[in-house]
Ligand binder design. Structure first.
Ligand code: GDP
Ligand code: MG
Length: 175
């Protein structure tokens, strides 16, 4: 089966590991270890009726602070999910830094989906980052934008599906 490498990037504690575990194992735990013992998890995704690909999904794990050392993390990636945390304002600007650094490191444009994670917290704390601001930014960067919750599972499959469809040339945003 065709296999594609997908990377999940973004600042610490935005829910990268949680999103991956929700997608691959359909589970959520309140406290994840900073570093996980594996480089990637694998999942087969059906991106069109009876058309499937295997995704190798790489989680940057505890390497967030040393990202400049890990060019190999980006090598061969066909798509990226770039996360920030809807409940913490500053993660939106750190996410932008991540995206521009990623562009500097990678020698080609790959499909990217920006993810505002922890949408389940919004009823409680309200919106602290204007949705239109994020949408405008995503548009200017030629990225798709989605809001997810690794906790409830909302939009998690959709986000991976959207990215996979972009990677295979059938998405709403073509790059
Ligand atoms: P990472 O450092 O980006 O990999 O973030 P983690 O996956 O380790 O998550 C950081 C913290 O946020 C953990 O306590 C998670 O339980 C919590 N978390 C992750 N995703 C969500 C979410 O969608 N909603 C809520 N409420 N908490 C989340
Ligand atoms: Mg993690």
């Amino acid at each position: 089966m065709e296999t594609h490498k997908v990377i999940i990037v973004g600042p610490s504690a935005v829910g990268k590991t949680s999103l991956l575990n929700r997608f691959v194992h359909d589970e959520f735990v309140l406290r994840y270890k900073m570093t996980i013992g594996v480089d990637f998890l694998t999942k087969i995704i059906e991106y069109q009726p009876s058309k499937s690909v295997k995704l190798h999904i790489w989680d940057i794990g505890g390497q967030e602070r040393f990202k400049f050392l890990h060019r190999s993390f980006y090598d061969g990636a066909a798509g990226a999910l770039i996360l920030f945390d809807l409940s913490r304002q500053h993660t939106f600007s750190s996410m932008k830094t991540w995206l521009s650094e990623m562009r500097n490191i990678m020698d080609k444009e790959i499909p990217k989906v920006i993810i505002g994670n922890k949408i389940d917290l919004i009823p409680e704390i309200g919106r602290i980052i204007e949705k239109s601001e994020v949408e405008n930014y995503a548009k200017s960067e030629n990225c798709f934008y989605m809001e997810t919750s690794a906790k409830t599972g909302e939009n998690v499959e959709k986000a991976f599906l959207e990215l996979t469809q972009c990677m295979l040339g059938n998405g709403k945003t073509k790059i």
